[in-house]
Design a protein around this ligand. Sequence first.
Ligand code: KIV
Ligand code: ZN
Length: 539
Amino acid sequence: MPSRRKGKEMSDGEINVSAAEDRVIVFDTTLRDGEQSPGATLTAEEKLEVADALFKLQVDVIEAGFPAASPGDFEAVREIARRSAGTGVTIAGLARAVPGDIERCAQAVSEAEKPRIHTFIATSDIHLKYKLRMTREQVIERVRESVTLAKSFVDDVEFSCEDATRSDREFMAEVFSVAVECGATTLNIPDTNGYTTPIEYIELISWLKDNIRMSDDVVLSVHCHDDLGMATANTLAAISAGARQVEVTINGIGERAGNTALEEVVMALDTRPTVYNGLTTRIVKNRLVPTSRLLSNLTGLAVQANKAIVGANAFAHESGIHQDGVLKERSTYEIMNPEDVGWTGTSLVLGKHSGRAGFRAALKDLGIKLEDDAMQHAYERFLELADRKKHVTGADIEALVADEIVVSGSAIHLDDFSVTSGKGGDANAMVVVSRDGQQFAGRANGNGPIDALLGAIDTALNLETELAYFQVEAVTPGEDAQGQVHMRVRHDGQMYSGHGLATDTVEASAKAYLAAVSHIVTNQPEVVLAATSSTSRWT
Ligand code: KIV
Ligand code: ZN
């Protein structure tokens, strides 16, 4: 962690970017808040894949999950903590301000090279009255007890006032001051509902810096949601006001409209050093695009084409005037270099004659490392793909490798299927699937090929579900592109998600459905986080 040094005081309205550190701490919460995106649930193996990518990206802190939420979350945090040895990355777990959560979190992060407990409680009157049913005095007492308990396990304790931007300032300053007195080392000021604006946030953070006792001894952190589309602007404004930790996610995934996108903050600091007084991060910038793709492939959450930095069109120039300008001098319409953020690997093209050596070289270019077995399997899938698709690109290979992780974690596999459909929507499907070496067959009619196919799977497995979400995305342009399907299905009141990849979108749909169904049979629904309850043994 960078050393803390006191900066000059701020006068009213002045934006002081030189307030403290020369480096901003990047706290990545893709695996916690990001995973709270509807449909983004990752399996344990997928989480480890994302964590490895975050280690390579060199984020400073990984919030690896919410250990008390489920045994799966606990195990994932514990395994990521173990893997952090030698990386210098801090592993944080989230815990409500209740003893059970804090103890569970302490256990989960205990093997990390640098463990952190991140505990929180809401401080807005709305949350106190309707959610917590607690008085302000009770909240202060709870903060005192929980931060003290967290500190008994680890040195590095982060404390957040949930819904900070709608909380009473004086009360919040008192709550934060108590947290510091009890040993908190980072104070997080979340814009939980994406409600604030840049100017208001600057004002709030400056005021808190002046009014929290011993605020100079702790790192101020911000955590913004994007409900009004201002998460990145608010985060950067907060940095200007002296915040030195930013809580962000890859591709900006997260609750509702999402969180601040890591790549946007990192590149804003990098591209506009004079505005942010030379503040830097230690992020390996050319890993931004590969990490974005990996996450999108694993979660099935598509990155919108016009998304800053990592969207497919982020560096595409369509208008003749722009193309002409860029050809003459790139800086006319490009403020960043696409290679700097990792777009290089994407121009890579392979065909079936590239051979094993070409495939290996492509993986290396893309920063993908596979064990021998996985390498052999991925190579076989590459050959199958190259038979169906003339040009296999870097994006295809990334999608394929990510899909391998999804498929290997799947309990049910697609062995065979056929579908016939005609005008008017009438369709007929047959399917053979296998589970633990046993095969099951089913047939069904439906309204269109996908409806018929899912019906056939239901018959084969004797299952009833309701399709809640269905999305198809092409991995690359072109009619022979691989289609990536993302599905969410409801079963017995719980939500399950899955995604599938194939050049045939009907097959990709069957795979996505089977991935979701695998979660049903192995009882792995999307995790719904419970609100902080008032029934802890401290109330
Ligand atoms: O948005 C929020 O307030 C959070 C906290 C738990 C930090 O995610
Ligand atoms: Zn959040």
